[in-house]
Design a protein around this ligand. Sequence first.
Ligand code: NAD
Ligand code: 13P
Length: 415
Amino acid sequence: AKKHKVTIIGSGNWGSTIAKMVAESTAEHSDLFERDVQMWVYEEDVQLDEKSKHYKKSSETSQGPQKLTHIINTFHENVKYLPGIALPHNVIANPSLTDSVKDSSILIFNLPHQFILGLCKQLRGHILPYARGISCIKGVNVHESSIGLFSETIGEELGIYCGALSGANIASEVAQEKFSETTVAYDPPPIDSQAPTPATSQGPSPVSSHVDLTQLAHKDVTGRPSKVKLRPLPQEYQAIDHTTIKKLFHRRYFHVRVVSDVAGVSLGGALKNVVAVAAGWVDGLGWGDNAKAAIMRVGLLEMREFGNRFFPHTVNPDTFTVESAGVADLITTCSGGRNHRCAMLSIREGKSIEEIEARELNGQKLQGAMTAHEVNTFLKSQKAEKDFPLLTAVHNILKGNGKAEDLPDLIEPSE
Ligand code: NAD
Ligand code: 13P
């Protein structure tokens, strides 16, 4: 059988960690996957620290800043976004987006959510039309009164099926091979395996008019019929099913549960980042564990209600309470996540969360504050702010219309 070639699109803290694990898996399952894993890197110049073990070796040829891709491919370490972690030599950093995805049948999207739409536009016409995707992105795609999941957005932008990976996965811990679990949601619609397979990856429209549309009765996350008309995988490949997905991500230290609830998994990952901002404020105020547990309890209820109300046809409410992508991710992000830490420091120092982000994160990006505003735009459009008091309070406080000290009153349900 033809082997699957895998590309990771994104190389931040989590992108590099996923690349490490996937490259370990492709080396292990050489019957299924090509060994080398492409990792698209948003190129930048990086100055190696004089104390870095790579500095002396590198300074023989260059004293100044060097391309991040060059550093990764030479020293097998992403010194900027995942310092101190050895990457397998079969992770190949590539600064060209279109070259990195060439001939790849599995695309893993792993970027801060604000960049994904622009990237999809650049990718159109350059991917295999029958490729399958997995989105590791935590965020939602809000446009005025509509809300979408990034797996859905990627799928529609590129004309492919895209699932989602999310869980209690603080990247630095996973990268150090400390045990964690994750949830992968993968549920492509059935397609007629006899439909003709396109020969090339050229052309912007991946839709084959020969595909039997009655086979595409799959619904997207909002219950509307999906706009994506999926191309079948050529027969020389092994199917990309739950077993293949598990082989790609599962490690001894990273346990994968594969489910079908793409909406629940994606919403859990997005909304918990907003709750983590409130949890960070409460810790910044020194209010203790009971107060933080109260925030997390209310947050979990609002996450589940959000799914039930706006994704009623597809969300499985149990995902929020049973899967790593729900309650476990909420707990870990409210304890050791970047959103929590920056929110906590912002209260302690009386500075904005953006100032703390710029100072503390060395180019890494917070998702919680932006998601709070995006979710609020959507809730306003639905006249539903009062039903989500915690999500609404986080937005208002970030905008300066309220104080973290008032959270206990603000999250009290309205009569
Ligand atoms: P990051 O915050 O560590 O890094 C930011 C990345 O954005 C870098 O790779 C940088 O090169 C890139 N970038 C900067 N400007 C860009 C531009 N204009 N266009 C494209 N890329 C640009 O990223 P991350 O932690 O890997 O986050 C990716 C996703 O994974 C996010 O949705 C995040 O919520 C999620 N996630 C993160 C963690 C974690 O612990 N870091 C864990 C699970 C999920
Ligand atoms: P932060 O972005 O807040 O660090 O959260 C990471 C995460 O998603 C852990 O699962």
